[in-house]
Design a protein around this ligand. Structure first.
Ligand code: ZN
Length: 197
């Protein structure tokens, strides 16, 4: 009986730790709970890109007049990929690249002021310090037609992006609880072949 109780308690504490996130972040003295989507994805600060790691994507490959930076190897790979797409008459641009934790914090602050809830905001944007655009490897890609998932650009990327070292971070039906984000790609370089095994 005693053993059974211990077993039961162990099970309960395990399931509680699996389903409830005890991570919080504080913005302007208000503490917000991190939801299950981001729970456990706080990254080590050494993984956050520094300005010297970044290089700017050429203006012609950026959405509108956006100035977009990602890590230099990701910039080079994106340029090569976009040029290969152009040869196939497929056009897309980078819409978002590196975003620092302080930028994320400002953005969340702005949206909270607009009346959005914290949970709503972090559905698409990483909480500051969490994996997302802060590593300098993630890129949001845009094209002229909408929705992106139905665009020729997305079809082209689904077929070719892997060979340039990019993966779709949150594909349809992904296991991370994160909504499908067909525009969000991440440069992982040569690790692509490993991720496919
Ligand atoms: Zn993104």
């Amino acid at each position: 009986m005693k053993l059974f109780l211990i077993f039961l308690l162990l099970q309960l504490s395990l399931s509680a730790s699996m389903f409830a996130c005890d991570e919080t972040i504080t913005i302007d003295s208000v503490e917000y709970t991190i939801d299950d989507v981001w729970c456990g994805k706080l990254i080590d600060t050494t993984l956050i890109a520094k300005y010297e790691d970044l290089s700017r994507i050429p203006d012609s490959l950026c959405h509108k007049d956006y100035k977009i930076y990602v890590r230099s190897d990701a910039t080079n790979a994106f340029v090569q990929m976009a040029q290969a797409a152009i040869k196939d008459s497929v056009f897309f641009t980078a819409k978002s690249g590196f975003r620092s934790p302080s930028y994320q914090k400002q953005m969340i602050r702005r949206r909270l002021k607009e009346g959005k809830s914290f949970a709503e905001i972090i559905r698409y944007a990483a909480p500051p310090g969490y994996r997302g655009h802060s590593t300098g490897y993630a890129l949001d890609i845009a094209t002229a037609t909408y929705p992106f998932a139905k665009s020729i650009a997305y079809r082209w990327l689904s077929e070719h992006a892997n060979s340039f070292g990019f993966i779709e971070t949150y594909p349809k039906g992904n296991s991370t609880l994160k909504t499908w984000e067909p525009w969000h790609w991440e440069f992982i370089g040569d690790s692509v072949s490993n991720s496919k095994e």
